[in-house]
Design a protein around this ligand. Structure first.
Ligand code: ADP
Length: 454
């Protein structure tokens, strides 16, 4: 029985998990680095323990310290949130060995899906469409080039251990291949300590559509519908919405069934996300499975009324899933945009610092997940996501209108953010008309650059 949870994370996601625990009557333990001593998650948790200096490698990534903190405080379980320890099979395994429940799937599943090339192989075997490409990592650049020549350009080089768009390169022709391969290899080695690469055909004008899955330890499974996460910059999501615009009920059902099949094939447990690329002709291809809570889970919660974090905790606590697929109703439309402390005018460089003034909008159907407050010092040490603005309304048009209002009302001083940039994205006629794909942001940026030059 889970009575106390240690949250192995920081920022808005730690706060979001603490709130779910509070509502479930579960005690919470926050861990924090020295620079985070005044952070909101530390203030809101029932107990807190400092686990080291600011750099993540000395604190939030220190498995022994996190596990010790859990054991000292008598926690029953650890929620990893996303990032940091969330997809580290060794950590999940160590939790198990310390008699702590890891709120997520087993170490074995994390490692199976964490190897993206291996995940592709598993899905091909299960009859799930994957993007055409290599079945195993390629061993040399020359071998990769041969494969790419055969597949036809453009292609994507991707890191087997990939994540966060690292070790990924779009290659337009054979001449570029060898250099891109070496660059991707170096980047993957630096980011993951693993330089294995595989190759996929590049799908032009694609959309990123993902399905939220919940599966318990008894084989009960549901999907909570899809999210469209096509609005990205450098392969990183900026705006997400649920449900996806312009997807027929038949396609939704078929893709949902495939996502369920993918999760069942690997005996998945807890919350997970099956990601697909959708091409212009509505063909879909598996790209990866994320074995954790997603940043954008809140919009699914808004359209389904299901609290995914609470479900994660119940599943980890060996409870049976009490939602059936026919109970999952998608109501209205929700959109999230990610506010980052960064300077869009200066190539989106991070902009940490003191928040000297803050006004967070509100209203019916508005949800803001954040851990910043007036006079909070945003540290330079971690990622630049500072708030998720989410809106929910009866339909897409109304949700967009609400989001425009919310973005217009949002005030932050002391640091730069991408709020104005997001405002221009959601005001764009193409966005409003659902004419979106993963190239939308880059195309708009080139438009803006051209205007500035001319
Ligand atoms: P990561 O795990 O690093 O985030 P993903 O495999 O999830 O990488 O891909 C991130 C994004 O890159 C996708 O959402 C999509 O925009 C783009 N992408 C990935 N693979 C392809 C592909 N084969 N064709 C076109 N775009 C792709």
């Amino acid at each position: 029985m889970i009575n106390k949870i240690l949250i192995a994370n920081r920022g808005e996601i730690a706060v979001r998990i603490i709130r779910a625990c509070r509502e479930m009557g579960i005690d919470t333990v926050a861990v924090y680095s020295e620079i985070d001593k005044d952070a909101l998650h530390v203030q809101l948790a029932d107990e807190s323990i400092c686990i080291g200096p600011a750099m993540a490698k000395d604190s939030y990534l220190k498995m022994d310290r996190i596990l010790s903190a859990a054991l000292i405080t008598g926690a029953d379980a650890i929620h990893p949130g996303f990032g940091f320890m969330a997809e580290n099979p060794k950590f999940a395994d160590l939790c198990h060995k310390c008699n702590l429940i890891f709120i997520g799937p087993s170490a074995d599943i994390i490692s199976k899906m964490g190897d993206k090339s291996e995940a592709r192989k598993t899905m091909i075997k299960a009859g799930i469409p994957v993007v055409p490409g290599t079945e195993s990592p390629v061993t040399t650049a020359v071998e990769g080039q041969k494969v790419a020549n055969k597949l036809g350009y453009p292609v994507m080089i991707k890191a087997s251990a990939g994540g966060g768009g690292k070790g990924m390169r779009l290659v337009n022709n054979s001449d570029e291949f060898l250099t891109s391969f070496e660059n991707a290899r170096q980047e993957a080695k630096n980011a993951f300590g693993d330089d294995r690469l595989y190759i996929e055909k590049y799908i032009p004008n694609a959309r990123h559509i993902e399905f939220q899955i919940l599966r318990d330890h008894y084989g009960n499974i549901v999907h909570l519908g899809e999210r469209d996460c096509s609005i990205q910059r450098r392969h990183q999501k900026l705006i997400e919405e649920a449900p996806a615009y312009g997807i027929s009920e038949d396609l939704r059902r078929e893709m949902g069934d495939m996502a369920i099949k993918a999760a069942q094939t690997i005996n998945y447990t807890n919350a997970g996300t099956v990601e697909f690329i959708l091409d212009e002709n509505y063909n879909y291809y598996f790209i990866e499975m994320n074995t954790r809570l997603q940043v954008e889970h809140g919009i699914t919660e808004m359209v389904t009324g299901i609290d995914i974090v609470k479900e994660q905790i119940k599943i980890a606590d060996s409870k049976k899933l009490d939602i059936k697929q026919e109970d999952v109703m998608i109501k209205g439309h929700a959109i999230e945009c990610r506010i980052n402390a960064e300077k869009p005018r200066d190539n989106f460089l991070p902009s940490p610092g003191l928040v000297t003034n803050l006004h967070l909008p509100g209203g019916c159907g508005v949800r803001i997940d954040t851990a910043i407050y007036h006079n909070y010092l945003i540290p330079p040490t971690y990622d630049s996501l500072i708030a998720k603005l989410m809106v929910h309304d009866d339909n897409r048009e109304m949700a967009i209108r609400k989001l425009i209002g919310v973005l217009g009302e949002f005030v932050i001083e002391g640091v730069d953010t991408n709020a104005d940039f997001l405002f221009s994205l959601v005001n764009h006629y193409k966005y409003k008309n659902g004419l979106i794909d993963t190239g939308f942001v880059e195309n708009l940026l080139s438009e803006i650059r051209m205007k500035t030059v001319s």
